[in-house]
Design a protein around this ligand. Structure first.
Ligand code: PLP
Length: 354
């Protein structure tokens, strides 16, 4: 039986995508070759890459507005340094909302002055800082839209007069936003898009070429733009599966339609966390993520019973990250409302038993 997979990643995808993706390993497009063995320069794969890049822009509503979509390697972590390498000339602002923002800050410091415009680190990142004042003359402001580990999510993005960059690794394609507010968006594939191994970068071409330093070819966005993401061998399979997931999402009605489902799942789970006295949420209510819900038991003695119950119900991957403890229910696009219903049933069953 397929598990209810609440794991934070990598790679929570719809069953239909897994099926099509597995067929392509055996025989891709009836070519008599596996997707793993076709040439990445073949027309068949070039079509996949083009479709993936086009779908990314289409789903974000960013076609024809000066943005380019790239599928790069090195994970979102590589983007922590590539953003700064390509865009940080003097000083940049970073909102520190979690472990991943903190890591982005650390990398950017190699390239220039980094101003932490606000941070919730002292509160173990329970909330998203708001109302901060931006210093003048920033090369860009960097945000993390969804804090995978702590279960917080930015709901309102600031209007700024410098380029806005956002790490959307754990909530890309999960909700409708005015994506044209952002000059650059990046996301590791492995939550809502595809297998680990590729990272989506969506960037406005006109923010490039402003730093004076020399940039090695492989780390230069311009190189990848000019080669259509084919400067070196791309992560063929990861791009292919990402493309299938984006096709799936488009057929479902795009980010607007999936947002409605994601909101239903989040409401179902957070209502139970609020109503059931045996559980308490970790993140500040107004900042709670629709993708990763963090919570714990109010009575630690019930841990063994609860853990046995959710495992028995076919639930996988509910343990919290070590820096928060408790539980984390990740509800990426591919997780069904029924799976969240199963978890909620287990939680209320625990209340009845206790
Ligand atoms: N940013 C966020 C928000 C993440 O959740 C993660 C990983 O979970 C990363 C960055 C790091 O991504 P990668 O492992 O692809 O480098």
């Amino acid at each position: 039986m397929k598990k209810h997979n609440f794991s934070a990643g990598p790679c929570i995808l719809p069953q239909e995508v897994f099926q099509e993706a597995s067929q392509a390993i055996v025989d891709f497009n009836n070519s008599g070759l596996s997707i793993l063995e076709i040439s990445h320069r073949s027309k068949d794969f070039m079509d996949v890459m083009d479709e993936a890049r086009n779908l990314a822009l289409e789903l974000l509503g960013l076609e024809g507005q000066g943005y380019k979509a790239l599928f790069l390697q090195g994970g979102a972590s590589m983007q922590f340094l590539m953003t700064a390498y390509n865009l940080l000339q003097t000083k940049a602002g970073y909102l520190n909302t979690g472990t991943w923002s903190d890591k982005a800050i650390k990398e950017a410091k190699h390239f220039g002055e980094v101003i932490e415009v606000a941070s919730s680190k002292d509160a173990n990142y329970k909330f998203i800082p708001k109302g901060f004042i931006l210093p003048e003359g920033l090369d860009y402001l960097h945000l993390t839209s969804n804090n995978t580990i702590f279960g917080t999510q930015i709901k309102h993005f600031p209007d700024v007069d410098c380029p806005l960059i956002c790490d959307m690794s754990s909530d890309i394609f999960s909700r409708k936003l005015d994506f044209s507010k952002f000059d650059m968006i990046y996301a590791g594939a492995q939550k809502n898009m595809g297998p680990a191994g590729t990272t989506l970068v969506v960037i406005r071409e006109d923010i490039l070429g402003k730093v004076t330093r020399a940039i090695p070819s492989m780390l230069d966005y311009k190189t990848h733009i000019s080669k259509g993401s084919m400067f070196n061998t791309p992560a063929v399979y990861a791009v292919y599966v990402s493309m299938l997931t984006m096709r799936w999402l488009k057929a479902k009605g795009g980010v607007e339609a999936i947002e409605e489902v994601n909101n239903r799942k989040a409401t179902l789970l957070y209502s139970e966390i609020e109503l059931n006295p045996l559980f308490k949420g970790f993140a500040a209510k107004e900042d709670r993520s629709t993708m990763n819900a963090t919570f714990s038991l109010t009575d630690g003695d019930l841990k063994e019973t609860f853990d046995a119950m959710w495992k028995e119900a076919g639930i996988n991957g509910l343990n919290g990250h070590r820096s928060v403890g408790g539980y984390r229910a990740s509800m990426y696009n591919a997780l069904s409302v029924e799976s969240v219903g199963t978890l909620v049933d287990v939680m209320s069953e625990l209340e009845r038993k206790a």
